[in-house]
Ligand binder design. Structure first.
Ligand code: DGY
Length: 337
């Protein structure tokens, strides 16, 4: 009797790396088709461990914690795809990935609204001093209602929000701001079409004008060598003393030391930060200040959206290993039909 079946044995299955912990159901799905080297312990791989792991697999699911560059790819002879579980991909050296013959993908769209919601929440918490107020209550400092001696914040309604980086998430924030009766100005590498500007009620201005006139500055631009320290001491000096600064983009876009100084000196009113230079380390001076709201890079962190991000990354891997074009391919040159 022939007992052979068509179920792939583990040695026939393509090998893949899942570099960080993912939802167990997603891992189980991957294990049906692939021999998976997983990392449910969620310990960040060292560069040597990452290089070794990439040398053994056809596909890798990674996050911003894994730097994928020529060094990481040095022995990755069979790698066909590196799928980032993140929309931002400043952890990728895209030319190096292309040179290694691999496709690079990210997870756009599925996190746009969740991230825009969070940007708005951080803006509100910052302008209205919500976390500072909570700390104040927990410290037993609230002894009476007071007209002047309670945390007085800044209004959002009818104020001007200045958005730097007007991609999908920036536009999502603009649309939310319209609902609050805010005036929306923006600065971006390229100007939006007239129709897109109209949909967001947004006017294009120079970076300088934005910094000088906005009551609230929201950063949503991608990180690159060009956007490093988009906001430093000189830019902070242009902002109003009553202004807030919100960074949901990437650490390194703001000079955190200069920001801490500006917040300490009252050069700007407050800041809300979801991302930091050198995170998960936070500049020690920022930790001492009460006029900054701190969050641990959670703008896309709802369960539904994180599942959608993982699912899209998996879809990219399945497509690449089946010889199809992944839905969110970054380096078109690497796809050979
Ligand atoms: C993203 O998707 O870019 C988020 O910031 C998570 O890294």
């Amino acid at each position: 009797m022939n007992t052979q079946t068509n179920t792939p044995t583990s040695s026939q299955k393509p090998k893949i790396l899942v570099a960080r912990a993912i939802f167990p159901e997603a891992l189980a799905k991957l294990e049906e088709s692939f021999e998976v080297q997983s990392n449910q312990a969620d310990q960040i791989l060292t560069p040597a461990q990452l290089q070794d792991a990439l040398s053994k697999v056809s596909a890798a699911l990674v996050t911003g914690s894994e730097r994928i560059d020529a060094n990481a790819l040095a022995h990755a002879k069979n790698l066909k795809i590196v799928a980032n579980i993140s929309v931002g991909y400043n952890n990728f050296d895209v030319p190096a990935i292309t040179a290694a013959g691999a496709m690079a993908t990210n997870t756009p769209d599925v996190l746009t609204d969740t991230t825009a919601d969070f940007g708005f929440a951080l803006l509100m918490a910052t302008a209205r001093r919500i976390t500072e107020s909570e700390h104040w209550i927990r410290a037993g400092k609230w002894d009476k209602w007071s007209i002047v001696n309670n945390p007085l914040g800044m209004d959002l309604h009818h104020s001007t929000v200045g958005i730097i980086g007007m991609g999908r998430i920036g536009q999502g924030i603009a649309k939310r701001a319209l609902g609050f009766g805010m005036k929306v100005i923006y600065h971006n590498r390229s100007r939006l079409s007239e129709a897109d500007e109209k949909a967001c009620g947004a006017s294009y201005v120079s970076k300088e004008e934005l910094l000088k006139t906005a009551d609230h500055v929201v950063l949503v631009l991608p990180y690159s060598a060009q956007s490093h320290h988009t906001i430093g001491a000189a830019e902070l000096a242009l902002m109003k003393p009553s202004a807030t600064l919100i960074n949901i983009a990437r650490g390194g876009i703001v000079d955190d030391a200069a920001l801490a100084q500006a917040l300490k000196n009252g050069q700007i009113f407050a800041a809300g930060l979801d991302v930091f230079e050198g995170e998960p380390q936070v500049h020690p001076e920022l930790l001492k200040l009460s006029n900054v709201v701190l969050a641990p890079h959670i703008a896309s962190a709802t369960e539904k959206t994180r599942r959608a991000m993982v699912d899209l990354a998996i879809e990219n891997v399945y497509a690449a290993l089946a010889g199809k074009k992944p839905p969110s391919l970054i380096n078109a040159k690497a796809f050979k039909a």
